[in-house]
Ligand binder design. Structure first.
Ligand code: MF3
Ligand code: CO
Ligand code: CO
Length: 288
């Protein structure tokens, strides 16, 4: 192998016959495509573990429905998340992750992601809030986020942003209705839909492999070209989590806290995230 390009290599264990999956992966590899390593393929037991973590994680986001009200602080959201997580025998992957100080991310209006819940941030009617939770149960990770509209109603423009971000996630899921698609197929479809609606796609943050750790290979970009990026094969677990901006796709990180990602023009941003497992018949949702 020449040392110019770092490449994943799919190999057949010594003395084994290649399966149908092996043949497809080897053929893609021969055409110069990015393929996974075997370490990214979860066993059925691991998938069941991630599914159980996903049930708790989805339960958190369900519990919050109808509870995010005008006048409450983002700290209260975090308190609810922490309490539910503990009561279900789980832990938050966010808490203490690279020094992150809370059990979830709360990203309000122009905050794209990684907002830190705090007792000074009071929610107002019409705010749009992303709550992003990642739960660890028995060592398995599941990651999902939703948009919540404070007081149930927002402006037409912000509602459209929230809706288009949801459609972008669903379009990504639809692309994965069969195995052996590329990460770039997802990004390409999402980008088209966002642009058709006059919105932009954040490029600096991506979806990711997940399950045995918080962030695994591959990066799942929400923009790009068909046929680029990693081939998605049965047994892979990953997120799709498009961040859709009303204005520019560019973002900056708050220097004070080192976490909060804000749109460069400070126009609103919306995001939805699911954890999926790829199967022979396309993706199944493990957390939503
Ligand atoms: N849950 C986020 C994601 O979807 C990551 C948050 S990292 C944290 O990948 F430290 F801010 F919690
Ligand atoms: Co994620
Ligand atoms: Co997340």
């Amino acid at each position: 192998m020449n040392g110019k390009r770092k490449k994943n290599l799919w190999t057949i264990p010594h003395g084994q016959e290649p399966t149908e999956m092996d043949k497809i992966i080897l053929a893609a590899q021969d055409r110069g495509k990015v393929v996974p390593t075997r370490s990214l393929i979860k066993t059925p037991e691991q998938i069941e573990g991630i599914r159980r973590a996903g049930v708790v994680n989805t339960g958190i986001l369900d519990m919050l429905e109808g509870k995010i009200l005008p006048g409450m602080t983002t700290q209260t959201i975090d308190d609810l998340v922490a309490e539910y997580t503990a009561r279900h025998g789980a832990t938050s992957a966010c808490l203490g992750y690279e020094g992150f100080p809370r059990s979830c991310c709360t990203s309000v209006n122009e905050v794209v992601c990684h907002g830190i819940p705090n007792e000074f941030e009071v929610l107002r009617k019409g705010d749009i809030v992303n709550v992003d939770c990642t739960t660890i149960l028995d060592g398995y990770f599941a990651d999902a986020s939703r948009m919540y509209i404070v007081g149930g109603k927002t402006s037409a423009k912000k509602q459209k942003l929230v809706d288009v971000a949801w459609e972008c996630l669903k379009i990504g899921e639809e692309v994965c209705s069969k195995p052996y698609v590329y990460v770039g197929d997802i990004g390409n479809a999402i980008q088209k839909h966002a642009h058709q609606n006059g919105f932009s796609v954040v490029r600096d943050l991506a979806g990711h492999g997940v399950g045995l750790a918080f962030h695994e290979e591959p990066d799942v970009d929400h923009y790009g070209r068909k046929g680029t990026g990693m081939l998605l094969v049965p047994g892979m677990v990953f997120t799709i989590e498009p961040m859709i901006n009303m204005g520019t796709y560019e973002v900056f990180c708050d220097e004070e806290d080192g976490w909060t990602i804000v749109s460069e023009d400070e126009l609103p941003s919306a995001q939805w995230e699911h954890t999926f497992v790829m199967t022979e018949h396309g993706v199944e949702v493990l957390s939503h």
